[in-house]
Design a protein around this ligand. Structure first.
Ligand SMILES: O=P(O)(O)OC[C@H]1O[C@H](OP(=O)(O)OP(=O)(O)O)[C@H](O)[C@@H]1O
Ligand SMILES: O=C(O)c1cc(=O)[nH]c(=O)[nH]1
Length: 213
């Protein structure tokens, strides 16, 4: 694990954005941990996370024209990361996000922000079973644009629709590169390093055996 990953995990656990317990996921799976990007809920916390995304995007070398954050938690991630790309990397990046329900008055429609045109980089918090990414790819294609890749904070390294991991499915099926700041494997390593209690480690490993890949 790299220093910045350990620091990000320290930070996320410190503010309660990474928690342990019993959580029901979008996929219906019951997980002993949860990454809640919504708890990077002050300017400084969000800047800290967005800085890591901006650095990850720069390091990925993925060529793109617009940053797209799926509702809801992708919205502040896209906005804040666009700010960090501009301020710290001199890259004035258009960004956009969707509404979960289409607006039927005013400007109307589903997409807010920059029009979805050209190559679109999807930015989200986690990938579990891959449903959210597949929805984003549909929205981007329906707008006539081309998905260019995906950047996430945490790859939970879980099965997607078939026997492969959700990230592998996205890479193979859509031909999209996926870059994550952290993985479930990093998380387990981190818990081992920090001397977490045996019961928690056991539940993390058991979850990985059930859903991991
Ligand atoms: O890979 P998946 O199985 O799709 O799971 C991951 C997705 O689930 C959550 O979104 P959700 O729509 O539940 O919540 P939000 O509105 O809080 O962003 C999360 O933010 C990811 O987008
Ligand atoms: O799969 C999910 O729904 C999910 C997992 C997680 O760790 N964090 C999150 O916001 N959603």
């Amino acid at each position: 694990m790299l220093d910045y990953q350990r620091e990000l995990l320290d930070f996320a656990t410190g503010i309660g954005a990474l928690r342990f317990g019993d959580f029901t996921l979008k996929s219906g799976r019951h997980s002993p941990y949860f990454f809640n990007a919504g708890l990077f809920a002050t300017g400084q916390r969000l800047a800290r996370l967005a800085r890591a995304y901006a650095q990850g995007i720069q390091a990925s070398g993925i060529a793109f024209d617009v940053l797209y954050g799926p509702a809801y938690k992708g919205i502040p991630l896209a906005a804040a990361t666009a700010v960090l790309l501009a301020v710290e990397h001199g890259r004035d990046t258009p960004y956009a996000f969707n509404r979960k329900e289409a607006k039927d008055h005013g400007e109307g429609g589903l997409i807010v922000g920059s029009p979805l045109a050209g190559r679109i980089l999807i930015i989200d918090d986690v990938i579990t079973a891959g449903t959210s990414v597949r929805e984003s790819v549909e929205i981007i294609r329906a707008a006539g644009a081309t998905p260019a890749g995906v950047v996430i904070a945490l790859d939970r390294q879980e099965r997607g629709q078939g026997a492969r991991s959700a990230v592998q499915e996205v890479e193979d099926h859509f031909g999209l590169p996926v870059r994550s700041l952290l993985t479930m494997a990093d998380l387990i390593l981190y818990l081992e390093e920090t001397g977490t209690d045996a019961a928690l480690l056991e539940s993390m490993r058991a979850y990985r055996t059930s859903y991991g890949i």
